[in-house]
Design a binder for this molecule. Structure first.
Ligand SMILES: Nc1ncnc2c1ncn2[C@@H]1O[C@H](COP(=O)(O)OP(=O)(O)OP(=O)(O)O)[C@@H](O)[C@H]1O
Ligand SMILES: [Mg+2]
Length: 307
C-alpha cells in the first residue's frame, strides 16, 4: 500500500493507517480441512442492526494453523486483514495510535494508527496474534472495542474511533499463554475455538500440495514418513502442519544440496541470489535417505515423547 493511500484525515489531523497483510500466494497454496473451525468463526461473525459480531479466540499448539485459518477467511471473504503482533512490551497506546518522526518538512511527527484501529476505521478484520503475551494493563484499552461500545479512545490522538459496521475481530494464543489472559478480556473473547491436530488424511494432502513437483514419488515418501513417525512413538496424525511442511522442505533441501554438488554449493555464496534453486536447477526431488536424515535431524526423541 503506497504511503499516500495510507494517509487519512481525522478531525483535521493527518493520520497514517497501518498496512493490511496480503499473504503471498506462492507461499500459501492449498488449504485443507478446518471446515468446522471456519464454520464456527463465520457463525460468530454474523451481525445485524441489533446484533453485534462476536470476537472469537483461537487456541492451539504452535504450528497448528491459527494464522493460516485467518488468512483463509480473509481470502474467502475478500476483507482486508490487519495483524497486530502481541508481545510483552505492547502498551495500551500501541493498540490505538503511535507517533513517528515525519519525513514531511511541515510537521515533526506523524500519527500512526495501529492495525486494530486501521481495521476499525476501514471495516477490515483485525487479528491480534499471541494476545496472551500482551500485559493485562495494555489490554484494558481493548475492552471497549470488544463490548457494545465498539470504540477505542486514543489519548495520543485525542480522539474516539468507532468501529465501521464491517469490522471483525479475532485473536489467537498458544495453549500455554491462555492462563496469562485476564478474566476481563477472556470473558469477552467468545467463542473459544480450539485447533487440535488434523487427521492424517489432511496432513497427507498438505504434504502432497507442498511436493507437487514429485507427485509420482510422494505417496511412497508419505508412507515412509508415517512409518518413521509411529516407529519413534508418534501417534498417526499427531503432527502439526508446520512440522510436516518443515520435514519435507528440509528433506528436499538436503536432496538439492547433494544433487547440486554438495559442499561445492558454498561457491554460490557470493552470488546475488545465493543457493538459488531456480537459477540452474529445477526441483531435485526427495530420496528416501533424505527424508530419513531430515526426520532424524528434526525430530529428536524429546519431540516425539510429548506427542
Ligand atoms: N489447514 C491447512 N492447510 C494447509 N496448510 C496449513 C494448514 N494449517 C496450517 N498450515 C500451514 O502450516 C504452517 C503453520 O501454520 P500457522 O503459522 O498458521 O500456525 P500457528 O498455529 O499460527 O502457529 P504459532 O502458534 O506458532 O503462531 C504454515 O506454513 C501454514 O501455511
Ligand atoms: Mg501463529
Amino acid at each position: 500500500m503506497a504511503e499516500t493511500n495510507r494517509k487519512i484525515i481525522i478531525n483535521n489531523k493527518t493520520v497514517f493507517q497501518s498496512e493490511p497483510f496480503q499473504p503471498q500466494a506462492r507461499y500459501f497454496t492449498g488449504f485443507f480441512g478446518r471446515e468446522t473451525e471456519l464454520a464456527q468463526l463465520t457463525a460468530a461473525w454474523m451481525a445485524g442492526n441489533s446484533s453485534l459480531p462476536m470476537c472469537p479466540l483461537f487456541i492451539g499448539e504452535p504450528g497448528t494453523g491459527k494464522n493460516r485459518l485467518i488468512y483463509e477467511i480473509s481470502r474467502r471473504t475478500g476483507r482486508q486483514l490487519y495483524i497486530f503482533q502481541g508481545h510483552e512490551d505492547v502498551t495500551a497506546e500501541d493498540l490505538a495510535c503511535t507517533v513517528r518522526f515525519s519525513d514531511n518538512n511541515n510537521s515533526t511527527m506523524d500519527y500512526m494508527l495501529s492495525p486494530l484501529v486501521s481495521a476499525m476505521y476501514n471495516g477490515g478484520i483485525c487479528f491480534i496474534d499471541e494476545i496472551g503475551k500482551i500485559r493485562p494493563r495494555a489490554l484494558a484499552l481493548l475492552v471497549s472495542v470488544l463490548d457494545e461500545r465498539t470504540y477505542i479512545d486514543s489519548t495520543l490522538l485525542g480522539e474516539r474511533i468507532h468501529a465501521h459496521p464491517g469490522f471483525r475481530f479475532v485473536a489467537a494464543t498458544n495453549t500455554t499463554d491462555l492462563n496469562l489472559l485476564p478474566e476481563f478480556i477472556l470473558s469477552r473473547l467468545r467463542p473459544r475455538i480450539t485447533l487440535g491436530y488434523q487427521p492424517k488424511e489432511e496432513i497427507d494432502s498438505i504434504i502432497r500440495d507442498q511436493c507437487k513437483e514429485i507427485r509420482n514419488e510422494v505417496d511412497i515418501l508419505i508412507d515412509l514418513f508415517w512409518a518413521l513417525w509411529v516407529e519413534h512413538g508418534g501417534k498417526p496424525g499427531g503432527i502439526t502442519p508446520r512440522d510436516a511442511i518443515y520435514l519435507f522442505a528440509w528433506a528436499s533441501k538436503l536432496s538439492s544440496f547433494h544433487q547440486t554438488g554438495g559442499i561445492e554449493s558454498l561457491l554460490m555464496a557470493s552470488h546475488e541470489k545465493p543457493y538459488d534453486l531456480d537459477l540452474q536447477h529445477t526441483y531435485t526431488g526427495i530420496k528416501p535417505e533424505h527424508l530419513k536424515l531430515a526426520f532424524e535431524i528434526l525430530f529428536s526423541d524429546n519431540f516425539l515423547i510429548k506427542n
